[in-house]
Ligand binder design. Structure first.
Ligand code: DGT
Ligand code: CA
Ligand code: CA
Ligand code: ZN
Length: 576
């Protein structure tokens, strides 16, 4: 289930949007946005805190603390209900459209009475927006793009949402008497970037108690269908979950079947036929006698097919069957291989926790090195300056060594300007241990300009890592248009790593791009891009994505010991 903090974060953000639609004062809007982020990133469960403790969260003042407490106590906030009542829900949906902010939504509603996404699309097609202040043809195009993007993401859930839900379900079902195995399968086990529905599998003699416990879970909003073998429910958040219960003798075959992908399964079923076997959701059978071949584990199933076990993230029919046959499967990078994090923020810019808090959390995670990479000055809203950066460096140096085993690196996240330049001149950049550089503006440049822009940043001897290389935000912002092959070749040639940004709404690079980049000989950095201590757990999603891109620990620079990493960073700097 969502943490109460996430719920409150969404609520405060909604209030900020509502205030903004109704023309509320910009300062107040920003303070609610800031508080929303702070609550989302806070380490304590806000539903257990009193007003005084809530006020101690940076960015949360008295009035916001009282609203949070009211929500925790009563399940709603009077002021927010009042604001909601003033604005149709459809208008609030308009701001969910990428590129359409609350100001534009307000104009659409007040001037044209548009109060839903469908009405907006219809109004654009019938040219009713023409002449409306602030809405040129480019805006119309962006809106239509945004709507398409939203519909494409459709009802698919982000990986973290689905995984947290699945873990809660498998933990609950594992406690039911008679349950001998319980795990999630499907696209979630394969770490696809978005999840259509969650598939849970259990093994038991008698399925009834499991089905009953499943239907009775607190977040079940609707039982879609319930039978002896399978029950489907929908959660209060709208996500579908299928539970299937099988006898233990079929566990391996069922897990293999329901993990998919469909394309991978078609291949394994063909192999079964060639081996005189029949592989289905019900088990592995002798095709001649129809006898069930006991296969309690997936290893046994693959072994019967003449294959080694294939890790779920590889099961997409992208060459894994052939590689398995040749005993050439990659030894995939794991979360345990990660020794450090090379892209993180503090409250010096847009993070919500202090340097000390972030470093303490990194030490608790057992990291061996940790880079602080706050935003650079060209992102004007972050108000960074040379003095602030240098003062932070002093603090970082002073903190280094305070936590046994953990080495601190002082870095920055530079902005790749429209022409490929970055925030500071070379002599200042030389002072950082590590520089990430990312596109944060001018996302819609044409392909040639964008490619030249990125290549220039990659050629910069002080840039070590390209952050979130395509800039996409799942369901909200499309990737930039760029010649990725040229980017990959340049990264390989210059020794510049590409980031696998682990934030679940980014996962950037994505799996297929990673697979292609690897063929160019590119190295990668799996980073959290944490803006709060809880985000330091994000790399599990980045690792899943890297596994889908066939990466080994050797491919990922932050699995390397610090000395090797330092030498990689120095080599790039020496290349000019
Ligand atoms: P999703 O839910 O859209 O994110 O993707 P999956 O892969 O979880 O797909 P889902 O939930 O429809 O089915 C779970 C697994 O069950 C799927 O990965 C493979 C297996 N499966 C489902 N339908 C078929 C089918 O028609 N043929 C075969 N061979 N396998 C299937
Ligand atoms: Ca599924
Ligand atoms: Ca399913
Ligand atoms: Zn960034």
């Amino acid at each position: 289930m969502a943490r109460p903090n996430d719920e409150v974060e969404a609520l405060l953000q909604e209030y900020a949007d509502l205030l903004s639609i109704t023309g509320g004062d910009a300062f107040k809007v920003r303070s609610y946005e800031k508080a929303a982020r702070a609550v989302g990133g806070h380490h304590e469960d806000v539903s257990t805190l009193g007003v005084a403790e809530l006020k101690a969260i940076p960015g949360v003042g008295k009035s916001i603390a009282e609203k949070v407490a009211e929500y925790v106590r009563t399940g709603q906030v009077a002021a927010i209900e009042e604001a909601r009542a003033k604005i149709p829900a459809g208008v609030r949906q308009l701001i969910a459209i990428p590129t359409l902010g609350p100001k534009k939504a307000a104009v659409l509603y007040e001037d044209l009475g548009i109060s839903s996404v469908d009405e907006l699309v219809e109004a654009i097609h019938s040219e009713r927006l023409r002449g409306l202040k602030g809405f040129g043809p480019k805006t119309e195009e962006n809106i239509l793009h945004g709507v398409a993007l939203m519909q494409q993401a459709g009802d698919r859930a982000l990986l973290n949402v689905a995984l947290e839900l699945a873990e809660e379900i498998t933990a609950a079902l594992s406690r039911v008497t008679g349950c001998v195995r319980c795990a999630h399968a499907g696209s979630l086990r394969r770490f696809r970037e978005t999840i259509g529905d969650v598939d849970v599998l259990a093994a038991a003699e008698d399925s009834a108690p499991l089905m009953e416990a499943f239907r009775a879970l607190p977040f079940v909003a609707e039982v879609i269908a319930s039978g002896q073998k399978k029950t489907s429910i929908r959660t209060t958040k709208g996500l579908q979950v299928d539970l299937r219960v099988v006898p233990l003798e079929s566990w391996g075959a069922a897990l293999q079947y329901f993990t998919g992908s469909k394309a991978h399964n078609i291949r394994t079923r063909e192999m079964a036929v060639h081996a005189g076997l029949k592989l289905s959701e019900y088990g592995l059978f002798d095709a001649g006698t129809g006898e069930l071949i006991v296969s309690e584990t997936e290893e046994e199933v693959y072994d019967r097919l003449g294959l080694p076990w294939i890790a779920p993230p590889l099961r997409e029919d992208r060459g894994e069957i052939e590689a398995a046959r040749r005993a050439a499967l990659p030894e995939l990078v794991t979360e345990a291989d990660l020794r450090g994090d090379l892209h993180t923020h503090t409250d010096l810019t847009d993070g919500v926790a202090s340097l000390e808090e972030m470093v303490r959390a990194a030490a608790e995670r057992g990291l061996a090195y940790y880079a602080i990479t706050d935003h650079a000055p060209d992102m004007a809203m972050q108000r960074m300056s040379d003095e602030k950066m240098l003062a932070q460096r002093e603090q970082v140096r002073a903190l280094d060594g305070r936590h046994r085993r953990l080495r601190l690196l002082h870095g920055t996240e530079l902005n790749i300007g429209p022409d490929g330049g970055v925030d500071w001149p070379e002599d200042f950049l030389r002072g950082f241990d590590v520089c990430v550089a990312s596109v944060h503006s001018h996302f819609t440049q044409d392909r040639d300009t964008m490619t030249r822009r990125l290549l220039r940043a990659i050629e910069n001897p002080c840039v070590h890592i390209i952050g979130h290389p395509t800039g996409r935000i799942i369901g909200r912002r499309p990737p930039i248009d760029v010649d990725l092959d040229a980017v990959f070749a340049a990264c390989a040639r210059t020794g510049t790593a590409l980031e696998i940004n682990s934030a679940p709404d980014r996962l950037d690079l994505c799996d297929e791009d990673i697979l292609r980049a690897k063929r160019f000989g590119v190295k990668f950095a799996i980073n959290s891009d944490a803006h709060s201590p809880v985000h330091l757990a994000f790399p599990r999603y980045g690792v899943g994505t890297a596994q889908r891109g066939w990466l080994t620990a050797e491919d990922v620079i932050n699995t390397w010991p610090l000395r090797r990493l330092a030498s990689f960073l120095r080599t790039k700097g020496a290349s000019s």
